[in-house]
Write a protein of this length. Structure first.
Length: 267
């Protein structure tokens, strides 16, 4: 995963914390988009099968017509994902949403784009939801030299949040505008999210999403790595893309050149 982001992919997918997937269309090739999403579902069926998706046409120079979008929706449903809305962009997008009978989600993209003042989610715990996505293609893992093992300061200088109890399947913990430290295990099917970095002093078997509001300097540290998914600032890797020699090890996860890197920590 050392190559630059492949903008020749038809759809870009990133992981966020809002419980829904945002598919930003870059190439309006229905067959290609459907094939890409079908591949994502096949690689990580527990994460993406029957996943709710918001269609975002902001990456195109022209808003597509209703017939093309209906064809795309049918293909995505056949691939195992569920288009539920359009991302708000222009008045043309609003008319398109009305024509195809889907709602608009205003400012959905804001928290993934640098420089935007997205509204943050209040509180430290959120209800259990499906993992979100704003699509960036999954890549083959590649070895990378680990940088110095120093975590960035919490977002906005806020003190970190500490969670002492195990995070169990179906549970979601969110550290708003700060780092998150989990003193025990994150179980399979559980989700921990932080706007800053995440530190886990037990096994990570569920999902960990750091830099949820776009902080690309956030990191994930865990003592025993079995993660279903890890994400930083929306860029993600699923278990199927993680080298087997890192499973069960103490690792750190960081983002470099828009690529997720994972390396073992010396213990």
């Amino acid at each position: 995963m050392s190559a630059a982001l492949d903008y020749e992919q038809a759809g870009e997918l990133k992981i966020g914390q809002v419980g829904i997937a945002n598919l930003r269309i870059r190439t309006l090739d229905v067959a290609r988009l459907v094939d890409e999403m079908r591949g994502r579902v096949q690689r990580a069926p527990k994460l993406f099968s029957r996943a709710a998706v918001v269609l975002d046409f902001g990456g195109l120079t022209q808003t597509p017509d209703a017939a093309t979008v209906r064809s795309l929706i049918d293909g995505l449903r056949d691939a195992g994902v569920l288009p539920v809305a359009l991302a708000y962009g222009t008045s043309e997008t609003e008319r398109l949403a009305e024509a195809i009978g889907l709602p608009l989600l205003a400012k959905f993209r804001a928290q993934y784009e640098r420089g935007d003042d997205a509204a943050s989610v209040a509180g430290t715990a959120a209800p259990a939801t499906a993992v979100a996505a704003q699509a960036a293609p999954a890549r083959a893992p590649a070895a990378a030299a680990a940088p110095p093992k120093t975590a960035p300061t919490p977002a906005a200088g806020n003190p970190g949040m500490m969670h002492a109890a195990p995070v169990r399947s179906g549970q979601q913990i969110y550290a708003d505008n700060r780092d998150l430290t989990v003193l025990t295990a994150v179980g399979a099917g559980a989700e921990v999210i932080a706007d800053g970095s995440i530190h886990i002093y037990g096994p990570l078997r569920g999902r960990a999403l750091a830099g949820a509001q776009g902080n690309e300097h956030a990191r994930i540290f865990c003592r025993e790595f079995h993660a279903e998914l890890v994400a930083i600032a929306g860029h993600y890797k699923v278990l199927e893309d993680i080298p087997k020699n890192l499973r069960g090890k103490a690792v750190q996860v960081w983002l470099e050149d828009e690529q997720i890197n994972i390396a073992a920590l010396d213990t």
